[in-house]
Every structure is written in C-alpha cells, then in structure tokens.
Design a protein around this ligand. Structure first.
Ligand code: HEM
Length: 440
C-alpha cells in the first residue's frame, strides 16, 4: 500500500470525486493518504465487500463526517449504530418492501402529471429551463406527499427552504471549531432555526394523525410501526429523526439520478430511441399503470447505467470500530476508511470502456457487474443497504416513462456542463433544456 503525504491536498476542496479517482489511478486500489485529513482510500470491490458485508461489525459510522450528519438526523436510521440501529432497521424494514411501497404509486403518478402539465403551460415552446430544479422539486413533492399526504401541499415552499439549508449544511466538510455545532457560525445558527421549524411542522403532522387516524401515509405508518423487540413503537423524537432521514436521504438522490439521465439521453440518441420503442409497446400514452412497471426492462437498464456513471451518493466512509485486518494491513481503531462509488463504478479492471454510457452492460443475465460483487453499489451493500431502494426505483421508472412519453427533452444551447460532487453528485450549473412535444 502506498502512503502519499499531502499529495495535491488542495484538490480535495475542489472536486473530491475526481481527486479520489485520480488518487487511486496513481497510487493503486488501497492508499493511506496523509494530509490535513488522514484516511485509507479503498477502491477494490473485494475490500469494499469486506467493509460493507463480510466484517461489517469492525466498521461503524462514528466518524467525524457522520458526526456532522448526527446534528441533523439525531439518532435516525441513517446514522444510528449498534443495537439501536438493528432494532430500528427491524422495525422499519417491513414498511419498505416491494409490495408495501406500491401504495405510493398513485401519488408518484399524480405528482409527475402535475409537473408535466406545468411544463406544458410554462415551458413548451418558450425557451430553455433548468431541469435539475424541476427534478428536485418533483422528488421532494413525491417524498413529502408519501410522508404527509396533502399536509405537504400547504407547506411545500417552507419544506423546500428547510431541506435546502439542511442539504447545504450536510455537504460541508467537518472542519474543527468553525464547523463544530456549538460554534455560532451563520450556517449553524441558520440550521438550528430551520431544524426547530421543521421539527415543529412534523410534530403538528403527528398530532393531526393522532386526532384523525384515518390518514394513511408513511408518517401514519411510521407511528404505527412496531416489531417483536420494539412493541411500544417509536416515540415522537424518534419519528421526527426518521422523517428527516427519509426526506433528505430520499429526494436529492433521486433527483440527481433523474437529472443525469436527461443529460445522458441528450448525448445518446440511439439509447433514447430504444427507450421510446419500449415505451411505445406499453399502449395508450395517456395511461400509466402499476402493471406496466415490470415491462420497463430497458428503462431500468438505462437507470442502472446512469447511476453507474453518476452515483448520486458518490462517497462513503466508515470509522474503524476495533483494530482490524483489511487487505493485509492492520487498521488501527479510530482510523477513517473511505471509498468513492464514482471511482469504483469506473474502475477499468471491472468495466470495459468505463467512461462510456452503455446500458447494455445491464442486460439481464449477462450483467457486467455480476461478475464481481460490490463493483456496482449505488444503493450501498450489506446490512446497511438503502432501505428506500424499491421506493426509489419505482419513482425513477414512473418519472422517466411518463415524461418521455409526453415530451422530448433537448439539451439547450445555453447548457454549460460541469460535474460537482458535494453530498450528492450533480451537474454544477444544472442542466438547461427545452421541450418538444411527442407526436404520439
Ligand atoms: C436514487 C435514490 C437513492 C440512492 C442512490 C440512495 C443511496 C443510498 C446509499 C448508498 C445508502 C447506504 C449508505 C451506507 O452505506 O451507509 C442509503 C441508505 C439509506 N437510504 Fe437511500 N438512496 C436513495 C433513495 C432513498 C429513499 C427514497 C429513501 C427513503 C424513502 C432512502 C432512505 C435511506 C435510509 C433511511 C438509509 C439508511 C439505511 C441504514 O443505514 O440502515 N433512500 N441510501
């Protein structure tokens, strides 16, 4: 293992995804980086598998990076550890099974319809707009309506503003002192005020459901969730933490995947043509039903390939909980281990022509990544794999299929493409597009 000291440290503050990929390109798949931040960078699927699955008990989320998220998500599932995490996961897992999340399908379709109607009125034939902001608003609405039903609609603007502040805060690196939570920096003060308001909104939604228990939404389901080990269910502060984790973890990720998909389709017209063929085979373009989802085989491949090249949660880190062996090296307790899904998903030893957009890699039965487990992990792996994976995949399929059947999304002349890697990976300036109506 190579151990560079302060190697191009300043580039970490620029685009860390590109920097980490270059770092493993230059020093190999296992690097001990020493600088202002010390970490072990892992870029081999076998080592990632060991961290996430085989010896996952030796790694936890008690890192300075996750500590920062704890200021937002409290003890929620995203950051919980040990026995507390296990109990929560057992209680929450049944709420996100493939059969259960079907109840959110109609809401997804309805929100997408509303967005497309708004596009028709505001954008069709009227020049260029930023599709990244549209995707962000849509996925926030989908998550918000799944959680709060129509309680979302009246507070959409406020929820958008609160989540913006939380996302902005979560994307900052955990620098000592000035980024410590007690320090009265303008961002800390803003975050605390926004969290107070968001908590009070969620509390009012909880109270509403207590008085009218006919409201059936994800919040109501969270309030009713119990398990053999958690027969009393969750108390209000726990529910608030989970709601925040789901709304923050579940909307910017989906919106990032969708935004990249529109960009990639604009660059790959032959892929778009094949997608349209699949969508045409569904029948009337005016209806979209749950039964159509399993028929979207190629659409799913396109989404998989989009999240290979542009994994929304591109970065992962773990704290070494107890001295452990990884890849022939003894890692001391307290060491920081990191990996980049961006680098892993473009590793030249595991992907042919890795920077090329090619959905055929995910052809069922001959998927390139199945040859090496943990070479493809947009939703993570092992016991902490994303709990919202089925919800997210259904949402992505709905939005892509419905939008493409109605409009052609064309990259605008004013688009200035540049990738940025913060909490999620996204086009720095959004994606400027214009619309054309499909002749169905
Ligand atoms: C394209 C969309 C999404 C992507 C790419 C994504 C990605 C991920 C990843 C990579 C992890 C694992 C992090 C780790 O290893 O620690 C994760 C965990 C998690 N995700 Fe997602 N996610 C998405 C959508 C969602 C949605 C829609 C929800 C909620 C409904 C959600 C809720 C969560 C939660 C609660 C966890 C923590 C699970 C645990 O630690 O047990 N995610 N997600």
């Amino acid at each position: 293992m190579r151990s560079p000291w302060f190697y191009k440290q300043w580039r970490l503050a620029g685009n860390p995804a590109v920097f980490l990929r270059d770092l493993s390109g230059k020093f190999g798949d296992y690097v001990h980086y020493r600088g202002l931040l010390n970490f072990y960078l892992v870029n081999h699927p076998a080592l990632v598998k060991q961290i996430l699955l085989d010896t996952h008990e030796s790694f936890d989320k008690c890192s300075s990076i996750y500590d920062r998220f704890r200021n937002v998500f409290g003890n929620g599932l995203v950051v919980a550890e040990g026995e507390r995490w296990r109990r929560k996961r057992k209680t929450l897992q049944p709420l996100f099974g493939p059969a259960i999340i079907k109840q959110y399908f109609d809401g997804m379709v309805d929100s997408t319809h509303r967005m497309l109607d708004h596009w028709e009125m505001s954008y069709l034939g009227k020049g260029e707009f930023n599709i990244a902001s549209e995707m962000n608003r849509l996925t926030l609405e989908i998550a918000g309506r799944a959680l709060f039903s129509h309680g979302f609609d009246g507070s959409a603007r406020k929820i958008e503003a609160w989540t913006e502040v939380i996302n902005h805060y979560s994307a900052k690196p955990p620098l000592p002192i000035i980024r410590s939570f007690w320090f009265p920096s303008p961002l800390n003060i803003r975050l605390k005020r926004n969290l107070r308001e968001f908590h009070s909104f969620i509390r009012s939604m909880i109270e509403q459901r207590r008085s009218k228990n006919e409201i059936k939404d994800l919040l109501g389901t969270l309030m009713a969730a119990k398990s053999a080990e958690n027969s009393n269910g969750m108390d209000d502060p726990e529910i608030i933490d989970e709601v925040l984790g789901m709304i923050i973890g579940g909307h910017e990720t989906s919106s990032s995947a969708l935004t990249w998909l529109w960009y990639e389709l604009s660059q790959n017209p032959e892929v778009e043509a094949e997608l349209l063929q699949e969508l045409a085979s569904l029948g009337s373009p005016h209806e979209f039903t749950l039964e159509m989802l399993p028929k979207l085989r190629f659409t799913r491949m396109v989404l998989d390939e989009t999240m290979r090249l542009h994994p929304p949660f591109w970065f992962e880190n773990r704290n070494v909980a107890q001295e452990t062996h990884l890849g022939g090296v003894v890692l001391p307790k307290g060491a920081l281990v990191v990996f980049s899904r961006y680098a892993l998903h473009r590793h030249p030893c595991f992907w042919r022509d890795p920077d090329r957009f090619d959905p055929s890699r995910f052809e069922p039965g001959q998927e390139e990544h199945k040859r090496t487990t943990h070479a493809y992990i947009p939703f993570g792996g092992g016991p902490r794999i994303c709990i919202g994976i089925h919800f997210a995949m259904m949402e992505l399929l709905v939005v892509v299929a419905m939008t493409l059947r109605r409009f052609r999304v064309v990259l605008g002349a004013s688009d200035r493409h540049q990738m940025a890697a913060k909490l999620t990976m996204h086009p720095k300036n959004g994606v400027r597009v214009r619309l054309e109506r499909r002749n169905n």
